[in-house]
Design a protein. Structure first.
Length: 231
């Protein structure tokens, strides 16, 4: 089983079951294959809220369930030393690579990671806001190695898929969220799914405390309390 640092534990909601594919099916299939043991290096990129972190953590969760050693790291985390001695990890998922671009103290061990996994045919899943060639890495060889990975651009979900994703996340928490209530919430909060899931967490806690269902009037009340317009 994977031994994950506490600070890098997987989010409860992050699984393949709660990931709505939209137009991102090929990327999801490839991440699933890595979780099952396929050796490859995959680079996911796209805007905030497009599902990169969710997909990396879903792959780690699936690998762990399959009794494989998996590790998820979001950069910059702790210190560059966190990237050392990872030879025994069967699936390594590194998030937010753009956050350390230009910092050679981080880039050197990251370049070592790419070389190590390529040489032993390991499963490496990487994510950033842009392709490796546009991240601004100081080490040209690192940008080159990243560009040589299988690249997928993750596209944000459309409104219909966002509604489906929100309802899936609610169901995973044991919550009943009807489509009209989900659409009501989505029209009033930030569009990226990470912000939406943050709101679902708040509503989950509020509904548990008040012993009320997630109806439109209840959601409106919570939005107003938080100072969010809910006309």
């Amino acid at each position: 089983m994977a031994q994950l640092p506490l600070a890098l534990a997987l989010a409860d909601h992050a699984s393949f079951a709660t990931f709505v594919r939209g137009s991102n099916g090929p990327a999801v299939e490839h991440a699933h294959a890595l979780a099952e043991g396929r050796p490859d290096t995959v680079w996911l990129w796209g805007p905030a809220g497009s599902g990169k972190s969710h997909l990396l953590q879903a792959a780690c969760r699936a690998a762990t369930t399959a009794q494989k050693r998996a590790m998820y790291v979001a950069l910059p985390a702790a210190a560059p030393a966190i990237l050392a001695d990872l030879e025994s990890v069967e699936l390594l998922a590194i998030d937010d690579l753009h956050a350390i671009a230009g910092d050679v103290e981080w880039e050197r061990p990251l370049f070592g990671i790419l070389n190590a996994f390529l040489s032993r045919n390991g499963a490496l899943l990487l994510a950033a806001a842009a392709p490796a060639s546009r991240c601004g890495f100081h080490l040209a060889d690192l940008a080159s190695r990243g560009a040589g990975a299988v690249n997928y651009r993750l596209a944000p979900l459309d409104d219909e898929d966002r509604t489906a994703a929100l309802r899936l996340h609610a169901a995973a928490r044991g919550l009943e969220l009807e489509t009209p209530a989900a659409e009501f919430l989505l029209r009033r909060v930030a569009r990226d799914m990470s912000a939406v899931i943050d709101w679902l967490t708040r509503l989950d806690q509020a509904s548990l405390s008040a012993q009320k269902r997630l109806t439109i009037p209840f959601i409106r009340e919570q939005l107003v309390r938080a100072g969010v317009g809910a006309e």
